[in-house]
Design a protein around this ligand. Structure first.
Ligand code: DGY
Length: 323
C-alpha cells in the first residue's frame, strides 16, 4: 500500500522523524524559514498531513489548495497562524500542543519578570560594555522587590495559573482578568482575585499577558492602556506580539509612561539588532523561547506527531482546535 504523504515546514527531533518515517512518506522543507508561501502551496495539494510552526501562515488560499489534507498539526500552543474556522469548514482537523509547555512558559514569564524588576540583563550589558566602574553605591542599579507587588494576570488559563502559583510563593498579591471568573475554589487555592480589566490595568504593579491573539485582543495593549497603568508598572508578554501595539509601547517606555517591559514575542519576528526596542534599557528581550527547554520541546514533538497520526486516521487529535 502506498504510504500517506506528510510535509514538515521545518525539521523536528530525530525520534519524531523516525516515528513519522515508519508510517509516511515524509518531506521536510529546508532552506529559508519560514517556508515561502509559493513552495508550501506547491506541496499542500499532495499531502494528507502537514506539520507546521507558529510562523507559518496557513490561510484560506493554502487550505483551498489542500485537496487531500486531513490534519494540520502545529508545533505550538498558539494557533492564530492558522485559519482554523476555514480548516474546519473544509473538514481539515487542527492539532496543537498545550499543557506540555505550560510550566516552561510560566517559568519564562516569571524569569522575565524577575529580570526586568532586578535589572539582571541590564547589569549584564553594563559589564559587557565596560561600564561597571564603581561598586555598591546606595542608588546603583537598584531594582524593585517582587514580594508585596501586585501581579495582574490577563488570562488565567493554564499558563496564567502556573504563573500565579510561582508568584504566590514569592508573596505577591495576585489579581486576574478573564472573560469569566474561575470558580471560588480555584481562586482560593491559587490565591487570586478576579477584577475588571480596568481595575487590572490600574492596580497592577506588573501585568503579564496570557491570552491568545484574536481579533479582540489585537493591539489591546496600546497607549490608552499604558496611560492607565501605574507609572511604576511593568508589562510582561510571553503570549503573542500583536496583542501589544509595539509603537505605543516604545513611546510609553521612552516617555517613562510605564517603568519597563519584558518581552518574548513581537509584532513581527525575528526582530533585528536595529529594532527600536533594542535601544531601550528598561526592557528585557527574549527571542520567543517560552516553550524552549529540551524536555518541553521533545514533549511538543511527541504530541505533534500523535496529533498528526490521529488526524490522518480520521480521528480527533489529542489536543484539537474545533473537532
Ligand atoms: C507557542 O507554542 O505557541 C509558543 O509561542 C511557544 O513559545
Amino acid at each position: 500500500m502506498m504510504k500517506k504523504r506528510v510535509f514538515l515546514t521545518r525539521t523536528l527531533h530525530d525520534f519524531a522523524l523516525k516515528e513519522l518515517k515508519k508510517r509516511y512518506e515524509i518531506e521536510i522543507h529546508s532552506g529559508k524559514i519560514p517556508i515561502p508561501k509559493s513552495k508550501l502551496r506547491s506541496k499542500i495539494g499532495n499531502i494528507e498531513g502537514l506539520i507546521c510552526f507558529p510562523y507559518d501562515k496557513i490561510d484560506r488560499d493554502l487550505i483551498d489548495n489542500a485537496k487531500n489534507l486531513k490534519i494540520i498539526s502545529t508545533y505550538s500552543v498558539g494557533f492564530d497562524h492558522i485559519d482554523t474556522k476555514y480548516a474546519k469548514k473544509k473538514k481539515i482537523r487542527v492539532g496543537y500542543t498545550p499543557e506540555v509547555l505550560t510550566d516552561a512558559t510560566a517559568d519564562l514569564a516569571f524569569s522575565l519578570m524577575l529580570d526586568v524588576l532586578r535589572r539582571v540583563s541590564e547589569g549584564d550589558r553594563i559589564i559587557r560594555n565596560g561600564k561597571w566602574i564603581q561598586i555598591y553605591g546606595a542608588y546603583d542599579y537598584v531594582g524593585t522587590d517582587l514580594q508585596g507587588m501586585t501581579l495582574g494576570i490577563f488570562g488565567l488559563g493554564r499558563i496564567g495559573s502556573a504563573l500565579a502559583k510561582r508568584a504566590k510563593s514569592f508573596n505577591m498579591k495576585i489579581i486576574y482578568h478573564n472573560r469569566k471568573p474561575i470558580s471560588k475554589n480555584k481562586e482560593n487555592s491559587l490565591g487570586v482575585k478576579y477584577v475588571t480589566f480596568l481595575k487590572l490595568i490600574r492596580s497592577s504593579d506588573i501585568i503579564s499577558i496570557h491570552v491568545p491573539h484574536t481579533k479582540e485582543t489585537n493591539h489591546m495593549f496600546n497607549m490608552k492602556i499604558f496611560k492607565k497603568m501605574k507609572k511604576s508598572g511593568f508589562l510582561i508578554n510571553t503570549a503573542r506580539g500583536k496583542i501589544v501595539n509595539e509603537k505605543d509601547l516604545i513611546k510609553a517606555l521612552n516617555k517613562k509612561i510605564i517603568a519597563g517591559a519584558a518581552l518574548d514575542v513581537y509584532e513581527s519576528e525575528p526582530i533585528s539588532k536595529k529594532h527600536p526596542l533594542t535601544k531601550i534599557q528598561n526592557v528585557v528581550l527574549a527571542p520567543h523561547i517560552g516553550s524552549s527547554t529540551k524536555e518541553t520541546r521533545a514533549k511538543m514533538a511527541e504530541i505533534t506527531v500523535k496529533n498528526l497520526n490521529l488526524g490522518i486516521e480520521g480521528k480527533s487529535p489529542i489536543y484539537s482546535v474545533g473537532y
